[in-house]
Ligand binder design. Sequence first.
Ligand code: PMP
Length: 427
Amino acid sequence: MSKSEQLFAEAQQYIPGGVNSPVRAFRAVGGTPLFIARAEGAYLFDADGKRYIDYVQSWGPMVLGHAHPEVIEAVVEQAQSGLSFGAPTELETELAEELCRLWPNMDLVRFVNSGTEATMSAIRLARGFTGRDKIVKFEGCYHGHSDSLLVKAGSGALTMGVPSSPGVPASVADHTITLTYNDPESVRECFAQLGDQIACIIVEPVAGNMNCIPPEPGFLETLREVCDQYGALLILDEVMTGFRVSLTGAQGHFGIEADITTLGKVIGGGMPVGAFGGKREIMEQIAPLGPIYQAGTLSGNPVGMVAGLETLRLVQEPGLYDQLNARTEKLVNGVLDAAKEAGIPLTANRAGSMFGFFFTDEPRVTNYKQVMACNGKQFNRFFHGMLDEGVYLAPASYEAGFMSAAHSDEDIEQTIAAARRVFATMA
Ligand code: PMP
């Protein structure tokens, strides 16, 4: 029995499913999750001491790679001054100032402890600001596990929301309209019918929770347009894409203006930090300035703030994003070539240093239905083959992959060589 198997068995005695976030349990791919002992740069080391080239990178935050020495040093130093005060610190202002300086659509920003809190609060703010209840989201986009957002649509663009989980009241789900990603026409139709009741559209400007689906040209522009036309707010959920797709996220990359932006992952450098921010007149409605309530005992946590500050300082080193993009492109092209050689149909998407592979004959994958129609069995064989080879991919076919600045050319070449060997066994 491996150490991970033993630890997983013990964990299941005390923690539901042995994990604190479901996808970690390897349910989609089968087998035993790796229990991680430590991580460094591009690598994870499991409890059995085996090394893996890691393309999960804690689901996105570790854009510099794991345990960057300067981030760790800042965290350790800050921790010695105390872990939490429940009172303001200068560090919060420093990080807020940095975000507002870099992101043109952010005049004011509030820190929270997770992406879920950021989107949940942004939705409340949009509802409070507009005085409307309905929200629009897209099938396959994930915005955390709050009630309003844990909803997927039935068939037809305007069907009432159906909760994705027991425990979400139908009366809450009723206010959530779910449309098809990359289908601007359905958005126009929806607003033509219900526009004056819709508080906001929330969208992942590159979808990273149904594998990796970039926006088609014109899709995000349509969202901006209908929001302006009907007085709704556009929430760009950049929890995953912020400081990942580019220094200014997907909104900078695609040139789309957000009313409210949500951030998480990279801005905490691996610590639990989220944020939501936006235009001054909207953000001024938040307590204590305005009547819309939002709070947090550990929000703006000093250790999280320094991890974020140090990470954001380091990602601004010249050429970092160019290097990330080039490495990601090299990986994606190498794996595609390897699949082709083996005669395995494979398609890929990439946005900055986010990427995804699809086991399908379709030359392009642009929405949730197509993602769900991919060959899951083949993905699972690929996943386990790569894991045996010492390459850690996300343990589900509907998750994006992430490159870090710590991945070397050699790591990528090793990954492609591993993929070639695994494809050969699958052909
Ligand atoms: N929004 C997006 C786009 C996400 O990818 C995630 C998590 N992967 C969330 C929100 C929720 O963040 P958290 O898991 O930190 O609550």
